[in-house]
Design a protein around this ligand. Structure first.
Ligand SMILES: NC(=O)c1ccc[n+]([C@@H]2O[C@H](COP(=O)([O-])OP(=O)(O)OC[C@H]3O[C@@H](n4cnc5c(N)ncnc54)[C@H](OP(=O)(O)O)[C@@H]3O)[C@@H](O)[C@H]2O)c1
Length: 416
């Protein structure tokens, strides 16, 4: 049995806080006053406790059967990023079939921003906690779970709720990760990795020697897409939104795989259609076999025009519609919505072009399919995910705003 130390003193502080809070509640004090008193008393209680969490043992049966106090980012209603609040609450022991994970890192996704702004159709209505992926250490195992033990390092997928210090989750949604990966790297792996393997292989059926257009190539999904394409020996034309991302791409991938003439800064220097034509000419091909598009907007139709006959155009996001404020400007959004590209299926048939669209979140519960995608993704033996931006857990709002700005490279993570 693995014996590891927790390495921090949060448990006794929070246990004290819950004890005090429950008593403050009994006095019928206003909640803010209650919290203040509780925090202050908890600090004193903690100082008085000679108990050291570093001596705690994950193998302690009593510990794994008990509740913990967790911190979790929560909002009562999607609509504004600033409505997210850090809440302290009790988390019950994991029920049958579930494990509890002490979360060490959380991977951010564009969907988190869209969820907070109330623009994500797959998000829960009403009270929610953002977050689709995490990595951490198993610290309690519910009945009926045989394959995992306390102390195991796991990464996991969840339909929301990852912005938390601890999570209870069915064991089928977690898996191990390479020993030389950090928690942050592991938390950066599942969503964007699976999204790209699904897009490129399951839908795109991309083969060696083909040509693929990858939008937002310096971002989280983009980095996975390029990794998979490199592994498959597929030619890539990459687009980004700014010059500084070109420098990053050249340094990260090297010019052998991604020469400068195949990196497009969208909308700079020439109309997008001409930029695409120049890149295709450098490859001596007429069109793309596959296009990965999560930007849409003005870039859709020129790219569709350059799709080869029999080619596959995969739509999996609409980042050009992302508002940059604390809440959506509905007029701007409505304008973008009404200007969205619309295709005629009859014309598509005549052109022999395919369009596919998906949202991976609707497949989280298709365990066999997800397992197959995980195995394929792992088979590429990609380097650990590239992390461009790290934020402490307490600064989740700053991390979301940075992500929303569209200036990030690689993955954005929260660390605990
Ligand atoms: N369908 C699915 O299952 C699924 C799963 C994961 C992600 N996605 C989608 O895939 C896309 C990439 O996701 P990611 O998590 O890897 O994010 P990311 O690419 O790391 O970051 C988003 C990127 O979108 C681009 N962008 C274009 N217009 C923008 C705007 N108006 N505001 C902000 N950013 C803008 C920016 O890159 P450039 O300017 O350099 O292009 C930005 O860096 C997103 O659209 C996301 O919704 C879909």
């Amino acid at each position: 049995m693995l014996r590891r130390s927790v390495g921090e003193c949060r448990v006794p502080v929070e246990a004290a806080a819950v004890f005090v809070l429950s008593h403050v509640k009994a006095w019928h004090a206003p909640p803010q006053l209650g919290l203040l008193v509780a925090t202050s008393l908890a600090r004193q209680a903690h100082a008085a406790l000679s108990f050291s969490a570093s001596s705690m043992d994950f193998a302690d049966a009593e510990f794994s059967k008990s509740s913990v106090v967790r911190q979790v980012w929560r909002s009562q209603n999607p609509g504004k990023i600033s409505d997210l609040r850090l809440v302290t609450e009790e988390l019950h022991p994991p029920p049958h079939g579930e494990i509890r994970v002490v979360i060490k890192a959380i991977g951010l996704n564009f969907a988190d921003v869209a969820t907070c702004l109330g623009l994500y159709s797959a998000a829960p209505k009403g009270v929610y906690t953002p977050g689709l992926e995490f990595a951490g250490i198993v610290d309690a195992v519910g009945e009926g779970v045989d394959a995992l033990s306390v102390g195991d390092r796991v990464l996991g997928l969840t339909r929301f709720g990852a912005y938390s210090s601890h999570i209870n989750i069915p064991s089928k949604y977690v898996r191990s990760f390479p020993e030389n990966w950090s928690f942050s790297e592991a938390a950066s792996f599942p969503v964007q990795g699976l999204t790209m393997v699904y897009a490129l292989r399951e839908l795109g059926n991309v083969q060696r020697g083909q040509t693929v257009l990858v939008h937002s190539a310096a971002g989280g999904c983009g980095t996975f897409a390029l990794g998979i394409c490199k592994s498959l020996k597929v030619h890539v034309v990459a687009t980004v939104g700014s010059d500084d991302k070109v420098k990053h791409l050249l340094e990260y991938w090297g010019e052998d795989f991604l020469p400068p003439e195949r990196i497009i800064v969208r909308g700079v220097g020439a109309p997008f259609k001409q930029q695409l034509e120049a890149s295709l000419a450098s490859l001596r091909v007429e069109g793309f076999d596959c296009i990965l598009d999560a930007v849409l907007g003005d870039y859709f139709l020129p790219a569709y025009d350059k799709l080869s006959r029999g080619g596959r155009y995969i739509v999996y996001g609409a980042s050009s519609m992302m508002p940059h404020g604390n809440r959506p400007n509905w007029l701007t959004l409505a304008w973008k919505y009404f200007r969205r590209p619309i295709l005629d299926p009859l014309k598509m048939m005549g052109e022999n072009k395919n369009i596919m669209a998906f949202n991976l979140i609707w497949m989280f519960d298709k365990i066999e399919k997800m397992e197959q995608l995980f195995q394929e993704l792992e088979s590429y033996k990609l380097p650990p995910p590239f992390i461009g931006h790290r934020y402490p857990f307490m600064q989740a709002l700053d991390a979301l705003r940075k992500f929303q700005s569209g200036t990030t490279k690689g993955k954005v993570v929260l660390e605990l």
